[in-house]
Structures are given as C-alpha cells and as structure tokens.
Design a protein around this ligand. Structure first.
Ligand code: XMP
Length: 318
C-alpha cells in the first residue's frame, strides 16, 4: 500500500545506498518529472548531484530565471544554466519544415547533452525523470504520437551507456509524481503546469524561427497564461498557449496604419492528448486576452481563437 511519506523516505534511502558518495548528473528541463527527480536525488545526496538546464531560446518567458530561482536559489541545488540560444537559432535559420525543425532541435539537445557528459566524465550516474507511462511506452510498439510527429524530450535521449541510469520515478504515475513534488515543497505553479513540448516555441512559431518572433510570442503567451490563472481557468484546461503565424495583416492603432503578425490562442481539453476538444473559454476572458495582447505586445495586431478539435486537427500547430 502506497503512502507518500513511505515512498519519499524509502526512495531517498535507496538512492543513498545505491549512489554512495559517487556523482550524478541530470538534465533539468523545468518540467514536472525532471524537477521532482532532481529534488528527490538532491535530498538524498546533496551536492553530488550536478544539474544542467539548457536555455534553447525557445522557452517561455522567464523560464530559465524561474528554474534557477526555484531549484538553484531556493533548493540550493547545483545547476548550470547553459545559454544555447545562439546555437539553436543559428541552426534553425531559414528552416520552415516542422519535422526538420524538430530534428534540428533534437540534435542540438543531444550535442549539448554529450558535451555535458564529457564535462562530468567523473560522474557515475545519469539521472532521469522517467515515469511509469514512459517505461510502458518505450516497451510497446510505436504509438501514433511517435509515428505522426517525432518527439524529442530530454527524458530518453542518449542510447549508449557510459553511465548507470538513476530513475527514481520509474514506478509512478503523473499524479503521484505531482503529489511527491508538492510534498517535497516544490511550488505549486511549477508542479501543476500544462505539458510543454520538447521543441518548445520552435514549433509554435510557424515557419522560420527568429529571436524577434520568439520574443513576441513569449510576451503574448505569458499574458494568455496569466489571465487564465487570474480567472481560475488554468487548471480547467489541459493545455493552453499562443501560436505565432507567419502572416501579417493590416490594422489601425491611433491614427496609424499597422502591419503586424497574426497570433492564435489555442486551448484544449483532453484526458489522454490523443483526442481533444477546444476549450469553451468565456467570451469575457477571450476579449480581455485579445485586448491585452494587441495593446501590450508590439508586433501582434490581430488575434484568432482556434476552434478545432483533435482529430482531425492536432493540439499543436506544427
Ligand atoms: P499534438 O499536437 O500531436 O500534441 O496533438 C499532443 C501532445 O504532445 C505534445 N507534443 C510534443 N511533445 N515533443 C514533445 O515533447 C514534440 O515534438 C511534441 N509535439 C507535440 C503536445 O504539446 C501535446 O501535449
């Protein structure tokens, strides 16, 4: 019979016994799984855990800052923030095909990961936030998600093993991981977050990805999420975000004609992410978000709401 206190205590003890005074490395994405794994392992072995966070330049607003503050400053974990924005954006220059973008982003991740492994050659363990559904998925034949779109998560990257794997969450379901995270004192807003795809804003900026567009999208997305939270709707939808289209349209602001980007609000409700319906968000909220984004975000002058279900649409636009 599973109890939270037992689980945490037992797992910390197991990690200590297994790792001893050896070193562990972990790629911290800021997502629930890698974060909870990191905090658990840190409780067990302290400074012998070395984390790194890769800022791809395709993260949400203040993501690197939040991760460094929460886990570096508050939990006092060893984390290096690798600023790889230039690397990713340079590789993505001129690329418009969604799958090609995914491959480029995935490959760059692997390269950085390999560099980190080189850097921490003296470590014996590679820790990952693998959870039970990941274990099951990797044992089954490819599901639709892996055949329709190639997924690149930091989770299961490198195949060849110079390190022993340390996966303390292997037996847990997502809701259990969240409970463990809360029990360990991770702030709620870091635990209850919607899923965020590995390629990040790279697949929410349709067409070519540039820093200018990423900055615009970050601001717009942040406003949408802030308003959902303020109106207690964030937890009522499964995933919500803004998509930036490579389309400009004419608008008017004051006495001036504008010619700026069009963005789309996307919010989906689902239990398994295989099928989804669009969220029936209140008009008042949509109106507020629209006014705020168009007034506050320079570069967007028109906003649409995505009313497509999955299938036949997908949740993401690329
Ligand atoms: P779609 O767009 O296929 O998305 O309906 C279903 C879920 O998967 C996420 N998604 C990804 N996650 N790497 C990821 O880690 C990816 O390349 C990727 N593509 C889609 C999407 O955010 C949604 O939760």
């Amino acid at each position: 019979n599973w109890s939270m206190e037992n689980y945490i205590e037992k797992t910390i003890k197991e990690i200590r016994e297994r790792v001893g005074d050896k070193k562990v490395i972990l790629a911290l994405s800021g997502g629930v799984d890698s974060s909870v794994a990191a905090v658990l392992i840190h409780k067990a072995i302290g400074d012998n855990l070395n984390c790194f966070f890769v800022d791809t330049g395709l993260m949400r607003k203040d993501e690197a800052k939040k991760v460094m503050e929460t886990y570096g400053k508050n939990f006092k974990m060893n984390i290096e923030c690798i600023n790889a924005e230039d690397r990713f954006l340079t590789k993505l220059k001129g690329i418009t095909d969604p799958e090609e973008k995914r491959k480029i982003i995935g490959k760059e991740f692997i390269d950085i990961f390999e560099e980190q492994k080189q850097k921490f050659k003296d470590a014996d363990f590679l820790a990952q936030g693998t959870i039970y559904p990941d274990v099951i998925e990797s044992q089954s034949i490819k599901g639709p998600s892996s055949t329709i779109k190639s997924h690149h998560n930091v989770g299961g990257l490198p195949e060849e093993m110079e390190f022993e794997l340390l996966e303390p969450l292997r037996e847990l379901f997502k809701d259990e991981v969240r409970k463990v995270g809360k029990e360990l004192g991770i702030p709620e807003y870091m635990i209850d977050r919607h899923p965020f795809p590995g390629p990040g804003l790279g697949i929410r900026i349709l067409g070519e990805v540039t820093k200018e567009k990423a900055d615009i999208l970050r601001e717009a997305d942040d406003i949408f999420i802030e308003e959902l939270r303020k109106n207690k709707l964030y937890d009522k939808v499964s995933q919500a975000f803004v998509v930036l289209l490579p389309v400009k349209s004419v608008g008017v602001m004051g006495d001036e004609r504008t010619y700026e980007y069009t963005a789309v609000l996307r919010s989906a409700n689902t239990t398994d992410f295989m099928t989804a319906t669009w969220s029936h968000l209140p008009y008042e909220l949509l109106e507020k978000v629209s006014n705020r984004i168009i007034n506050e975000v320079k570069g967007i002058n028109r906003l649409a709401y995505d009313i497509s279900s999955k299938p036949p649409a997908t949740i993401e636009w690329e």
